[in-house]
Design a protein around this ligand. Structure first.
Ligand SMILES: Nc1nc2c(ncn2[C@@H]2O[C@H](COP(=O)(O)OP(=O)(O)OP(=O)(O)O)[C@@H](O)[C@H]2O)c(=O)[nH]1
Ligand SMILES: [Mg+2]
Length: 263
């Protein structure tokens, strides 16, 4: 397969400081490889978030903002971004977070792995993450919880840097619905169980770009010693959701058997 059309999609909320540089970097590394590169940024209502106007002013071809009227959090916004990517007709849909925690120079390697292996999905496996102990503990618990269900080790189950074949992505997005808090965890599990071809490429993890040092999950400034209440609530809700939508007998994501995904 030769990729000619790539869509890069990303959620972005209050990323006005860092997003222009990140988009320019992605464009510089990906546009020369393909005939067409679309970039879709799903951002919040312009009246509350300058990100949308910064993206509008970025001056790169085929970069669009899809405005969301409400702040829906990362998961539903990522799912809206995936749906927008599917509508472009691209033969590879790349998801990445708008906070710029990846290096544009890694994108060509990830795309090459997608192209040369014929994978359904490639995960960018983050190296050099600098998370506090409780974020690492949360990731480790999640890994322990889901690996018996996945039947194989998944090195970075929640990574936001992924490349999807549209058929596989469409099946995953349709099965999950629009509101999941942790779509990437559900996707990783379903990919393993449906027998999709998943490839893993190590990529650099960077600090957030821009002035804000913490993301929307934290609810406080700086680096607190204990998990902030917002993160604790999120972790509880996300674990419940993983059980409900992916793990329990009859869960909707368990019904994906690979047939709808092109396997
Ligand atoms: N449009 C939109 N984007 C969002 C929303 N919530 C999060 N995002 C974006 O989703 C991405 C990931 O959110 P983060 O808050 O950075 O989550 P995180 O990466 O787990 O947290 P950090 O490790 O602190 O960066 C970022 O690019 C955010 O701007 C939302 O409600 N709306
Ligand atoms: Mg982040």
């Amino acid at each position: 397969m030769t990729i000619t059309h790539v869509a890069v999609v990303m959620p972005a909320y209050n990323e006005a400081d860092g997003i222009a540089g990140f988009l320019a970097e992605i464009h510089a590394h990906v546009a020369p490889l393909v005939e067409r590169l679309d970039i879709v940024v799903v951002a919040d209502d312009r009246s509350t978030d300058a990100t949308a106007s910064v993206v509008d002013a970025v001056g790169l071809p085929n970069v669009i903002v899809q405005t969301q009227l409400a702040n829906r959090g990362h998961g539903p916004t990522a799912l809206a971004a995936y749906r927008a990517g599917l509508q472009t007709g691209a033969d590879a849909i790349v998801h990445v977070d708008g906070d710029g925690q990846f290096d544009g120079a890694d994108f060509p390697r990830v795309l090459r792995a997608f192209e040369t292996t014929g994978a359904d999905v490639v995960h960018g496996v983050r190296r050099g993450r600098e998370d506090p102990w409780y974020r690492r503990a949360l990731s480790a618990s999640l890994r322990l919880l889901v690996s018996p269900f996945a039947g194989r080790a998944i090195p970075d189950i929640n990574t936001p840097l992924r490349v999807y074949r549209p058929e596989a992505l469409r099946a995953l997005v349709e099965a999950l619905g629009p509101d999941a808090l942790v779509p990437h965890v559900h996707f990783s599990l379903a990919e393993a169980r449906a027998g999709l071809r998943v490839r893993y490429v190590a990529v650099r993890s960077l600090p957030r770009r821009g002035a804000e040092t913490t993301g929307t999950m934290w609810g406080t400034q700086g680096e607190p010693k204990l998990p902030p209440p917002r993160l604790r609530r999120f972790a509880r809700d996300a674990l419940g959701e993983v059980w409900r939508l992916s793990l329990r007998p009859g869960a909707p994501m368990r019904l994906l058997d690979g047939t709808g995904t092109g396997r």
